[in-house]
Ligand binder design. Structure first.
Ligand code: GLC
Length: 551
């Protein structure tokens, strides 16, 4: 099997290192902690691991602000620990994907520090420095009207240089790199080669659709969920060309893969281009994650979910199928809710694993990790987006309680709680020191949702996870089969997967209500049932029922 097929045939499991497993008892996860859990992951059937950033970083954005691309953050360990982790991963027949954050560096990166200190240095052109415009009173103001993905203007004043600004489409601690400068491309290619030559399988490329700014003209306000300016930098021609070059120069010769995080949001047309030109081996789009535009509620109506899935599956060949990650809340109260939510979790796993594309699973998703039962106090929050949202809400004089709810809705605390390997100690098996103060509070719901309990229970979400992961590995129809959607009631999703040798049918009730089985579909009842989330038979589709047949 070649390396590109490996990514098609196996799901990817995302590890958020600071919250995964703490081996040295400081309340923060680390590389040795990950090594100690590799057998757990192997037993789940996982073959590809993706690590969120572990490089040296001031951690303003939890590692998505890199200060040294070739060194390990001491919080996580040393390069020797990394080499051992990689060797242990490979020994188990698994592969390791690293996060690559190259839209921006940390403002602490020596390149940026040098660019600030010495405007004549070559590093000045590694970033986007621009003179501001003058307002009516003759005072300098921002070079354009762009806003940042993390709220507020996308420009920050350069200290000590009148009227000079630098661009940051995320926080001001994350200055954007200038991808018009070929030296930046060369640096990034060298960094990638450095890790791949160690044996890393590939990269999950952070906000990769946004790196190449085509122009610095004013933007129009697109939607309340997109920052101003996106039309000048999302999925530009330059972006496509850079990715083609990186694949050709670095990734393909080393038998690796590129997974793109494509915010913006991108359209299905953009997605098609990324795959048709072999630029990205798979990618994450944001339509499905952002289906609910309501200010406070996170609930996604099944009908909307169905429509978005059909659109992406029909128009694009190979989606990265994800529902949770370190930026997205857990699925509960979003895609599934109510008393049958655990059936819902199994149904969603069935969806992720039987759609065409690579399934991406986020740590803890396998045993139904939940968001915190109530919002953390603002003093306990660690995420820069949570804190910025809270400040803005308070700035508008919203009451504290409402501000906190909004901050949690848009912030990223819930999904980053420490992993729960068991419920036998106060740290839920996360740390070697149960008394250590975790970097972010434990989730009390871990008492109920943890790996150890779930492993003992044959009806648990985790037991179902193992089954469906194994099913996809065993039956190639779920990898290589074409997909066709069949007529069905509005919140039921029915599709077939088909290769020359086999045909499968998937029936998913996306709603928490009972639904009739469409007459036209009743023929499948005598076919071989490969997997179901309920155990006894029924004449109707029960809430969140999932059925997979071999035809
Ligand atoms: C991506 C990361 C997110 C980070 C942002 C800026 O969306 O997933 O965690 O904050 O990029 O790097």
């Amino acid at each position: 099997m070649n390396s590109k097929e490996f990514l098609k045939e196996h799901a990817v499991y995302q590890i958020y290192p600071i919250s995964f497993c703490d081996s040295n008892g400081d309340g923060k996860g680390d590389l040795r902690g990950i090594i100690s859990k590799l057998d757990y992951l192997k037993d789940l059937g996982i073959r590809i691991l993706w690590l969120s950033p572990i490089y040296k970083s001031p951690m303003f954005d939890m590692g998505y602000d890199i200060a040294d691309y070739r060194n390990i953050n001491p919080i996580f360990g040393t390069m020797e620990d990394f080499d051992e982790l990689l060797a242990e991963v490979n020994k188990r027949g698994m592969k390791l994907v690293m996060d690559l954050v190259v839209n921006h560096t940390s403002d602490q990166h020596p390149w940026f520090q040098e660019a600030l200190k010495n405007p004549q240095s070559k590093y000045r052109d590694y970033y986007v420095f621009r003179k501001g415009r003058k307002d009516k009173k003759g005072n300098y103001t921002y070079p354009n009207n762009w806003t940042s993905n993390f709220t507020g203007p996308a420009w920050e004043k350069v200290p000590g240089e009148e009227g000079m600004y630098y661009l940051h489409i995320f926080s001001k601690q994350q200055p954007d790199l200038n991808w018009h400068n070929p030296a930046v491309l060369k640096e990034v290619e060298d960094i990638m080669a450095f890790w791949m030559d160690k044996g890393v399988y590939g990269f999950r490329c952070d906000v990769i659709s946004e790196i190449y700014k085509e122009s610095y003209e004013d933007g129009k306000k697109a939607s309340p969920f997109a920052p101003v300016g996106v039309e000048h930098y999302v999925a530009t021609q330059g972006n496509h060309e850079i990715l083609q070059k990186i694949q050709k120069d670095v990734v393909e010769p080393r038998g690796g893969v590129l997974i793109g995080e494509c915010g913006g949001p991108i359209t299905t047309e953009d997605g098609k281009k990324y795959e048709e030109n072999g630029e990205l081996d798979t990618f994450f789009e944001f339509d499905i994650a952002n289906l609910n535009p309501s200010l406070l509620s996170m609930k996604i109506p099944p009908k909307k979910l169905k429509e978005a899935i059909i659109r992406w599956q029909t128009e694009v060949d190979w989606n990265g199928n994800y529902l949770e990650n370190h930026d997205q809340h857990r699925v509960f109260n979003r895609y599934v809710y109510g008393k049958d939510e655990l059936m819902g979790a199994k149904m969603l796993l069935t969806l992720q694993y039987t759609l065409r594309g690579t399934p991406f699973i986020y740590q803890g998703q396998e045993f139904a990790s939940h968001d915190y039962p109530k919002p953390l106090r603002i003093e306990e929050c660690t995420d820069c987006v949570t804190k910025a949202t809270y400040q803005i809400a308070r700035g508008y004089h919203l009451p504290k309680k409402l501000s906190l709810r909004l901050a949690h809705r848009y912030g990223r605390e819930d999904e980053r709680a420490p992993m729960a390997f068991d419920n036998e100690s106060p740290d839920f098996g996360f740390s070697s020191n149960p008394k250590a103060k975790p970097w972010q509070p434990y989730n009390p719901l871990s008492q109920k949702y943890n790996a150890k309990d779930a492993l003992k229970n044959s009806q648990s979400v985790l037991s179902f996870f193992k089954k469906i992961n194994a099913l996809r590995e065993e039956k190639q129809v779920f990898t290589y089969g074409s997909i066709s959607f069949l007529e069905s009631p509005e919140d039921v999703l029915v599709y077939t997967r088909e290769t020359k040798e086999a045909k499968a049918l998937v029936v998913l009730n996306l709603s928490n209500k009972k639904r009739k089985i469409p007459e036209s579909l009743s023929y499948y009842k005598d076919k071989k049932l490969l997997l179901e989330n309920y155990s006894e038979e029924s004449k109707i589709l029960r809430p969140y029922e999932a059925l997979v047949f071999l035809l």
